[in-house]
Write a new protein. Structure first.
Length: 298
């Protein structure tokens, strides 16, 4: 991709700050996977990005990698990979999280023609944004041979764009932000993060471990990629005033005594979607939203 110039690529493993006495998480070597973890193996990864204006003081990329390494000391699964056990007695396989400190992928790149405003002020999300993520088009089960987490730091003309990819069988959105905030804490000089992750998995009683899967890793169908059309996306920023008007309108139309900001917004979203689909006015419509349904890696 001509717009992006790769400067360096490396694997960052966990190392403990010499002044850090917290050592319990680093002793974990293996984590069994729950039924919830396993059902996501054939799904896609989680991808999140953050955009920053370039700070006045010069930023040292090596320092960021050092802070990342110290943060991984508290999150050993993120620097590991999946491992497979072949169960010869029933011709099945079992997955587990191998905390072997193989390393997290870290890519340093440059985009000399891109500015913060090109990304932030665009009416539609620039298509190129989706191509900048590390471990793109990797499905969760493929992280037997690939890192479970990848970071690409892109230097823009006037800012930094940090794009991250996380294996969805390993963690969820809450887990991602917990890790990123912890990286920020270590970067600000903390020796121990505020919230230590809980890495223990919980299983139904009397469940035999590891869980056996009738999955053929050499099945060609597993490597088939579904060609999905490129959709245009737009990010809407809702001001406090806009939400206030939605709440007032909702209360007026429903005669409710009180309506939360979330209720007002979701009702507006529901009505907008149903109008755009031009559904019959007497047709019953259901909208399902998944919010905080589970927590994988706390």
């Amino acid at each position: 991709m001509e717009e992006i110039q790769i400067i360096s690529t490396c694997l960052v493993g966990a190392t403990s700050n010499e002044s850090n006495s917290y050592k319990s998480t680093s002793k974990i070597s293996k984590i069994e996977m729950t039924p919830w973890d396993i059902q996501l193996l054939l799904r896609d990864t989680i991808q999140k990005s953050l955009l920053f204006h370039k700070p006045k003081q010069e930023n040292n990329i090596d320092h960021l990698k050092t802070f990342l390494s110290h943060t991984l000391h508290f999150f050993p699964p993120l620097a590991g990979c999946f491992s497979i056990i072949k169960n010869t007695n029933d011709d099945t396989v079992s997955f587990f999280i191998n905390c072997n400190n193989a390393g997290m992928e870290f890519i340093h790149a440059s985009a000399p023609k891109f500015t913060v405003s090109i990304i932030l002020d665009s009416t539609l999300v620039p298509i190129i944004v989706h191509h900048l993520f590390p471990l793109n088009n990797v499905r969760n089960f493929e992280c037997v041979t690939k890192p479970l987490f990848g970071v690409q730091l892109i230097e823009l003309v006037d800012g930094f764009f940090i794009e991250c990819t996380m294996n969805h069988s390993l963690g969820d959105g809450t887990s991602f932000w917990h890790f990123f905030n912890s990286w920020s804490e270590i970067s600000r000089g903390l020796k121990v993060i505020f919230k230590i992750p809980v890495l223990e998995r919980h299983f139904p009683k009397k469940m035999s471990l590891p869980i056996h899967l009738s999955l053929k890793m050499d099945d060609e169908k597993l490597s088939e990629k579904i060609e999905v059309p490129t959709f245009v996306e737009r990010v809407f920023h809702l001001s406090e005033e806009s939400i206030g008007r939605l709440k007032g309108k909702a209360i007026l139309e429903t005669s409710a005594k009180s309506i939360s900001s979330l209720q007002a917004f979701l009702a507006h979203l529901w009505r907008t979607v149903t109008r755009s689909l031009k559904l019959d006015t007497v047709e019953e419509v259901s909208v399902y939203l998944t919010i905080g349904e589970h927590t994988l890696l706390i």
